[in-house]
Design a protein around this ligand. Structure first.
Ligand code: GAR
Length: 196
């Protein structure tokens, strides 16, 4: 049966677009909703232009009450009956309340080669540490930040003169290849990691 995919974003949604555009033809999944934590997230318009339902729950209305925010997210998502959730540049830390509600069916893409450089400013930290390569990881979401079984990784070189922005753009290009490749496998029930 075709899997129903919800995609959560916070910003421009370029990963969301690459996921949505990949789910055609014999792909085992289809996008059913794009949900943002702000009504001004640029990706919402891109999703709507592709005919995908859009929703937003503004985290600022919950004044730091993460669980209340997450309960609101869940009540927006439930009517869509998603089989798979893809976090695609969703910049809110999630608590076990939300993670347990979608256990085993939630994916995330941080811009780093996990287990290295969890969290923010990954590119600046990799350059500063003198790393020769960087990349991105798709993993299943568990209650530890940027942790959980690795479902795919893509590597890029760090070149002399790279700034965090230049490196971020190089990694983002690979995110757009990796995330759709992992989602296709995952939707088929195949958790064999993809390495690019
Ligand atoms: C991507 O680089 C993604 O890896 C990163 O945010 C960007 C979103 O771009 N995610 C994180 O940092 C998660 N902690 P996009 O909105 O164009 O997909």
């Amino acid at each position: 049966m075709t899997k129903r995919v919800a995609i959560l974003i916070s910003g421009g949604g370029s990963n969301m677009v690459s996921l949505v555009d990949s789910m055609t033809g014999d792909h085992p999944a289809r996008p059913i909703v794009v949900l943002a934590n702000s009504g001004t997230a640029g990706g919402l318009e891109k999703a709507a232009a592709r005919g995908i339902a859009t929703e937003h729950v503004d985290h600022r209305n919950f004044k730091g009450d993460r669980e209340a925010f997450e309960k609101a997210l869940i009540s927006v998502l439930e009517p869509y009956s998603p089989d798979i959730l893809c976090l695609a540049g969703f910049m809110r830390i999630l608590t076990p309340l939300f993670i347990d509600a979608f256990k085993g069916r939630m994916l995330n893409i941080p811009p780093s080669l996990l287990p290295k450089y969890r969290g923010l400013n990954t590119h600046a930290r990799a350059i500063e540490a003198g790393e020769s390569e960087a990349g991105c990881t798709v993993h299943e979401v568990t209650s530890e930040l940027d942790d959980g079984p690795i479902l795919g990784q893509a590597r890029v070189p760090i070149l002399a003169g790279d700034t965090p922005d230049i490196l971020a753009a190089r990694v983002l290009g690979q995110e757009h290849n990796l995330y759709p490749a992992v989602l296709r496998r995952f939707a088929q029930g195949d958790r064999t990691p993809v390495f690019l």
